[in-house]
Design a protein around this ligand. Sequence first.
Ligand SMILES: Cc1cc2nc3c(=O)[nH]c(=O)nc-3n(C[C@H](O)[C@H](O)[C@H](O)COP(=O)(O)OP(=O)(O)OC[C@H]3O[C@@H](n4cnc5c(N)ncnc54)[C@H](O)[C@@H]3O)c2cc1C
Length: 295
Amino acid sequence: MLLPKFEYFEPTTLEEALRLLSELGGNARVLAGGTDLLVRMKLKVERPSQLISLRKVPGLSAIIPRDNHGVTIGPAATAADLSKNELICDRFTPIALAAGRLGAPVIRNRATIGGNLVNARPAADLPPACMVLDATLKLKSTHGEREIPVGEFFRGPGETVIEPNELLVSLFVETPAPWSGGAYIKLGARKTLEISMVNVAVLLTLQEPQGLIVDAKIALGAVAPTPVRAFAAEEFLIGRQPSEKVFAEAGAIGVGLCQPITDHRGTMEYRCLMIETLTSRALKQAHERALGWKP
Ligand SMILES: Cc1cc2nc3c(=O)[nH]c(=O)nc-3n(C[C@H](O)[C@H](O)[C@H](O)COP(=O)(O)OP(=O)(O)OC[C@H]3O[C@@H](n4cnc5c(N)ncnc54)[C@H](O)[C@@H]3O)c2cc1C
């Protein structure tokens, strides 16, 4: 399959990239790793006349610790970068685990977090992980910049609040509180190169080791047109003593909040069953990690 014709731009500064995006108008697209966009162009689903590559814009793939208070992640950080970064693995575990399950090594070396979020597929791996960590996305255009909580970013399959002249320039994630632990579980028909049938990200915070749950975040993917937070299940968990029974009950509440579909990857009934099972399993894993939290 051949790519249709397009004009190619390689800006070397952020300002130049923003100017091109503004001047070229709605039929130009940003090119990051190309693992979504180039495939869609080959399939003739998208036909942009111009591509603006981020490859030579400096600093966009950086992962920068902000003292102990958080991390800034560049949109061009790849899934491979994120899955291997020590800070992300230790403190922002759901992102590292989700990045490590995206595609296969050859895809992870190119696929970026920015592309995964802007592409906004309901089954994508990184959105639920960013949602349980309450990431804030910075969008920039030649007219200014704005910050959007990731939970308000997705509008529907393939749709986000980003405007055609805006670039996602960074994500900021606050460091979770002490005694927090995270987990990410993806269910597909295969172990690699598989789009999720259901995915679950979790962040659990304890009052103290062996203490009550003081905060819980659960996000589910491939169960609705956008990834969703299971707020009722989170509320149920807060103030309770962690136990397998409590985690199973939270999983059952989580199912009630989803609208899964039947498709070639799985039936609605199977997905519901899996939401319950995987939520409970992810909570258990997150709890074990919270117990092993190190200052
Ligand atoms: C074989 C294969 C397997 C895959 N497996 C998985 C999987 O398991 N899980 C999964 O979630 N995905 C999977 N994908 C999809 C894809 O790899 C990911 O969504 C990837 O993260 C996209 O990132 P990218 O850098 O390649 O984006 P691109 O293809 O470069 O861009 C995707 C979209 O985002 C826009 N964009 C990119 N960066 C920015 C930015 N900074 N600001 C504004 N807009 C931007 C582009 O204009 C485009 O519309 C797979 C794809 C392939 C081909």
